[in-house]
Write a protein of this length. Structure first.
Length: 255
């Protein structure tokens, strides 16, 4: 980039170049080995310009994380077809999301692992990104035209957390290239969460409305433990059934 180009660039363009420079450096050598000198050289701007936008390297990483999260969310939205059922939409969105992550393994590791080493700012950025993903999942599942079950906020966040843990496990086991294999279990997790939620409250509602002692009064009695065990058993059975169906479906699609 020429000096003339740098001088005529707007602050917004400078910021975009710095984020791109950060991404390029991190993808090439990781966050720990990236310096501000590396970033400004890759971005084609001065060190003074860097400090006009970011106070240090960590703040730049948080900004990159937020930008990457917005990009991933845009990919998710583009992968959704409102004319299809929510199950197919969720599976397509998860597949697109994992595809974006797998396209740049080093950057993905930085955004999933190194961001957690930044303390509260990194955790806040991750929580905000996860909330956006959970909100998006609710939008897809809870469509006005859908007659299916309702996905509540806590369960949507639980699904996002579960998918993130699957991704982190793949990173730790150096299996990022196989992220596509997580589409089936991740989709099954999303589906199972709805049935677990419904099963949980249907059992409790039955106990509260039945002639036996109300659930709230069962406490740690034998009835209370039995009811809790029944709920957990039903939930576990649903999870296993959903995962098995997802695996069978994946095998059939490849035949």
């Amino acid at each position: 980039m020429s000096a003339a180009d740098t001088e005529t660039a707007t602050p917004t363009e400078h910021r975009a170049r710095l984020l791109e420079g950060m991404a390029q450096c991190v993808a090439a050598q990781g966050y720990a080995d990236t310096t501000i000198a590396d970033i400004v050289r890759e971005a084609g701007v001065s060190r003074r310009t860097f400090y006009e936008h970011f106070s240090d390297k960590a703040v730049c990483l948080v900004a990159l994380y937020e930008a990457a999260s917005q990009n991933a969310l845009a990919v998710l939205r583009s992968a959704v077809d409102p004319q299809r059922g929510w199950q197919e939409q969720v599976e397509s969105a998860i597949g697109a999301y994992l595809g974006v992550l797998a396209s740049n393994p080093v950057l993905m590791r930085t955004l999933f692992v190194d961001i957690l080493g930044l303390g509260l700012p990194g955790l806040a950025a991750r929580r905000h990104a996860n909330q956006q993903l959970a909100d998006f999942m609710q939008e897809v599942v809870n469509q006005p035209s859908s007659a299916g079950p309702v996905l509540h906020g806590a369960m949507a966040m639980a699904v996002v957390g579960g998918i993130n843990e699957l991704v982190l496990q793949a990173i730790e086991q150096d299996q990022v290239a196989q992220l596509a294999e997580l589409v089936a279990p991740a989709s099954a997790l999303a589906g199972a969460s709805l049935y677990i939620y419904i099963t949980h409250f249907e059992v409790f509602a039955f106990l509260e409305s039945s002639a036996v002692t109300p659930w709230s009064e069962l406490g740690d009695s034998a009835w209370g433990r039995a009811a809790a065990g029944l709920t957990f058993g039903l939930a576990l059975w649903v999870v296993r059934r959903q995962i098995t169906r997802a695996r069978i479906g994946a095998v059939r699609r490849h035949l």
